[in-house]
Design a protein around this ligand. Sequence first.
Ligand SMILES: Nc1nc2c(ncn2[C@@H]2O[C@H](COP(=O)(O)OP(=O)(O)OP(=O)(O)O)[C@@H](O)[C@H]2O)c(=O)[nH]1
Ligand SMILES: [Mg+2]
Ligand SMILES: [Zn+2]
Ligand SMILES: [Zn+2]
Length: 368
Amino acid sequence: MSMVCTGCGAPLQMEREGEKGYITGDAFMREFPLCQRCYRIKHYGEITPASVTEQDYRAAVMRALERPAVVLYAVDLFDFNGSVVRGLQGVLRQHEVILAANKFDLFPLRTNPDRVRSWLWREARRHELEPAEVFVVSAKSGGGVQSLFDRLRRDARDKPVVVVGMANVGKSSLLNKILQLSDPEEGQLYTTSPFPGTTLGALAFKMAKTGMTVIDTPGLLGTHRLQDRVCTDSLKQILPKQRIRPRVYQLHAGQTLFLGGLARLDFVSGNSQSFVVYAANQLVVHRTKLENADELYERQRGRLLNPPCSSCDPTLQQLVVKKMGFKEGRPVDVVIPGLGWIRLSGAAVDLRLHTPAQIEPAVRPALI
Ligand SMILES: Nc1nc2c(ncn2[C@@H]2O[C@H](COP(=O)(O)OP(=O)(O)OP(=O)(O)O)[C@@H](O)[C@H]2O)c(=O)[nH]1
Ligand SMILES: [Mg+2]
Ligand SMILES: [Zn+2]
Ligand SMILES: [Zn+2]
């Protein structure tokens, strides 16, 4: 059998139940055969843990990009820093790249999409991406997707559109939305789920009405992002479900903020100033005195300071400290990939950021 599942792209097989691409004879006869895993995701919201290795990932993407393509580079606007695929810049230079920043629906209503777009142009360059165009979209609400689709249709007359990106940024959701715009009768072709690692292989689809071919690819998983390290229960605590309510803290030196038990920011010195937390609304943010922070963490991790829980990767409890000093200037975001960011006001400040080993915090010009 050399057919692939029409939801996730895994090669279909009837021998090994529980493994990738397993399908029963009945399901195999359908027009759009779906593997058992996809069937369960679609109908019961179940998931089996991801199994796309970095090697599988690179092989699938390289193959899809062997011939000229329009690359739809999808990033999650809530986790721009965690969305940059490392080591892909060279290959991408041989294609036209359209950057789509997804999940804009999670941003506060007053967020100006034009400002976000200018910010994205600058950040994309800083990460050595050279997109031909930048779109701010939401696969969930459909916002911005029509203009994106119009642009792709213009450029991809004789080339396929290949969507690439890190796991869980919404690549498959975005393609489903585009297919729907092309033909409203179209169902949800590509399998999507809240868990990283849903799509398992490259999966092409030719749209009947426009003649355009789109190719979905698996997402890359990374140890530097929290969404790829926490257990499925804890994932629900860190992924935003609705529009983010910024949480403003007026702090003075000698105070600490905990974001669950996954990040801790110590305000070491500086004048009193505001810190704005952008994270999932359901994530606990706890303010305490710096002098009590060590003891509180020991006593409350996995309880008040949750996630991580006992089912998460235990190395998430090994916090690494990074000193950060800022002179007076423009506001910046201190980013914890997968968890969110803390916007600093631009006043001079000395901080210490504690995050789990291998998570790679970053500092960037403020997004909002
Ligand atoms: N709020 C919001 N959630 C979205 C949006 N687009 C996708 N999602 C959600 O993000 C999660 C991941 O979506 P997928 O489309 O499966 O992501 P993917 O990039 O294909 O993921 P992999 O196949 O694992 O690489 C799902 O829970 C989607 O419902 C969006 O625009 N807004
Ligand atoms: Mg996918
Ligand atoms: Zn499948
Ligand atoms: Zn957990």
